[in-house]
Design a protein around this ligand. Structure first.
Ligand code: CA
Length: 416
C-alpha cells in the first residue's frame, strides 16, 4: 500500500527540472524512493521526537524582518491562483468567476467560459491549476462545487485557455455520492511529475449532516467513498493503474490517501520530493500532515479535535498505523492555502512551509529541517482571513484574502 512512488513537482518548476525527471528511468525512481523510505524509517526509530507533533497554541511568536504589501484589491472571495508562463495570473473567485491579472492590474472583466457554479457557504469555484505542459496544451484545471443545496458534489474540470477565454469546459471527475449542505468540499489540486494530479475532497460536512442514515463524516474511513480523501487522477480524469488501491477489490481505485476531514492546503516540496497538506479540524485539532500514498490519516476515528458542541470527537488521539500530524493547531487557525518556499530570493525562508489561516488572520511560517521535521513556527500577521498562499515565479510569496473586497498581498523577508 505504501510503495507507490511519488516524486511530486509543481507546475511552477523549471523546464530543466522537468527534463531531468524525464531522463530518470522508472528503476532509478524506484531505487531513490526505496532508499528514501528506509532512511525515513531509520530516523523515526532513532529519534522518537521526530514523531511527536508540534502542539501549537495561541502563544505563537510573531515573525521579525518581514513586510507585507497589498498588490491589488477588488477580488470577491478569491480562492486559488496560478501564474501563466507570460507572468499573468489567473485567480478564482468563489462565487464562480475567473479573473486575470496582467502587469499587476486586475482586468475588470471576468474571463469568459466558466459555467454557472453552485456557490453557497464553503462551496463555489475553488482551486485553479495549470497542466504541467500548459505551454503546449493550454489546459487549465479547476475544482468547484456543483448541484443544489440538497444534492451537491465537488467536481474537477479542465478547459483550454487561449489567452483571453476558457473553452471546452470538460468535467473529468466528480465525487461519486451527492451530499447535502454547504460544508467541506475540499479542495486543492497538486500535480505529480508523471502528470497525474492529486485532488483533496472534504468529508461532506459536520454533524448532524448524514449520508445513508449515519454521520457523513464517517465516510472518510470508507474506501468506497470519495468523501474525506485525496484522489489521484490522470490529466483526462481516468484512474492511474498504479494507484495505491488499484489492486483492491473493495476500494475505489481513485483513492490515494484517506481519513481526512477537509484539506484546503496542499503543496509539494520539490527539493526533497515531499508532499504536505493542511486540514481543518472541527474545534481545534487542525493538522499539518506529511503525505504518503495509501495512508489513513485517521479522521474521524483518530483526532486531537473537539466537537463544536464540546467534548472530544474521539477518545483516540494517536494510533499505530495512522501518521501523526507534524503540527496540531489548537485553537484552530482554520488552515487554507499552503506553500513550500523553494526560492532563493528569501534565503532565511528557503525550505520552509507557509500555511494560511482563515481564523488566525495570518500566515504561519513552519521552519522545517532537512528531514521534514518541524523546528519551530512563527506568525506573519495579515490581519485578514487568508485563503491561499503561493510562491510566485518571481520567487515572492503571495496571499489571497477571503473577503468581499479580497486582496492579493505579497509577503517579503527583509532579513539580509
Ligand atoms: Ca489526522
Amino acid at each position: 500500500m505504501k510503495t507507490h512512488i511519488i516524486r511530486p513537482i509543481t507546475a511552477t518548476l523549471s523546464v530543466i527540472f522537468l527534463l531531468a525527471l524525464a531522463s530518470c528511468s522508472s528503476t532509478d525512481n524506484a531505487t531513490n524512493a526505496q532508499s528514501a523510505n528506509q532512511s525515513t524509517t531509520a530516523q523515526n526509530t532513532n529519534s522518537s521526537q521526530s514523531n511527536n507533533p508540534l502542539f501549537s497554541d495561541k502563544n505563537v511568536a510573531v515573525a521579525k524582518n518581514f513586510k507585507t504589501t497589498t498588490v491589488l484589491r477588488g477580488l470577491e472571495r478569491p480562492w486559488g491562483m496560478a501564474w501563466l508562463p507570460d507572468g499573468a495570473m489567473l485567480i478564482t473567485e468563489r462565487p464562480g468567476r475567473v479573473r486575470i491579472v496582467r502587469n499587476g492590474t486586475l482586468d475588470p472583466k471576468p474571463v469568459a467560459g466558466v459555467p454557472e457554479i453552485f456557490a453557497v457557504n464553503q462551496g463555489g469555484l475553488m482551486d485553479v491549476s495549470l497542466h504541467p505542459n500548459f505551454e503546449k496544451n493550454r489546459l487549465v484545471y479547476f475544482t468547484y462545487s456543483h448541484g443544489t443545496n440538497q444534492a451537491n458534489r465537488t467536481r474537477v474540470a479542465k478547459a483550454t485557455f487561449d489567452g483571453s477565454t476558457l473553452k471546452d469546459w470538460d468535467v473529468i471527475f466528480q465525487v461519486s455520492q451527492a451530499k447535502p449542505g454547504g460544508q467541506h468540499f475540499g479542495s486543492r489540486i497538486v500535480w505529480l511529475p508523471d502528470n497525474t494530479m492529486l485532488v483533496a475532497i472534504g468529508d461532506g460536512g459536520n454533524p448532524p449532516t448524514q449520508l445513508n442514515g449515519d454521520l457523513i463524516r464517517k465516510q472518510a474511513q470508507n474506501l468506497n467513498s470519495h468523501f474525506g480523501k485525496v484522489v489521484r487522477l490522470n490529466d483526462d480524469g481516468s484512474i492511474p493503474k498504479d494507484n495505491p488501491f488499484a489492486a483492491s477489490d473493495n476500494a475505489d481505485k481513485a483513492i490515494w490517501s484517506y481519513g481526512h476531514r477537509n484539506i484546503q492546503g496542499m503543496t509539494v516540496d520539490p527539493i526533497n520530493n515531499r508532499l504536505w497538506s493542511t486540514e481543518h479540524g472541527s474545534r481545534g485539532g487542525d493538522e499539518l500532515n506529511l503525505m504518503q500514498a495509501g495512508e489513513n490519516y485517521g479522521w474521524p476515528e483518530v483526532s486531537y479535535s473537539d466537537e463544536y458542541s464540546g467534548g472530544p470527537v474521539t477518545s483516540v488521539k494517536s494510533r499505530p498505523g495512522v501518521p501523526e500530524p507534524k503540527v496540531v493547531w489548537t485553537p484552530s487557525i482554520a488552515p487554507s492555502g499552503l506553500a513550500f518556499y523553494s526560492g532563493d530570493r528569501f534565503g532565511a525562508w528557503k525550505g520552509d512551509l507557509f500555511a494560511g489561516g482563515l481564523v488566525s488572520n495570518d500566515v504561519r511560517r513552519i521552519d522545517l529541517d532537512g528531514n521534514g521535521n518541524v523546528v519551530k513556527e512563527e506568525s506573519i500577521p495579515i490581519g485578514r482571513r487568508v485563503r491561499d498562499v503561493r510562491q510566485g515565479p518571481d520567487g515572492g510569496l503571495y496571499v489571497l484574502t477571503d473577503e468581499q473586497d479580497g486582496q492579493l498581498i505579497s509577503i517579503e523577508s527583509t532579513q539580509s
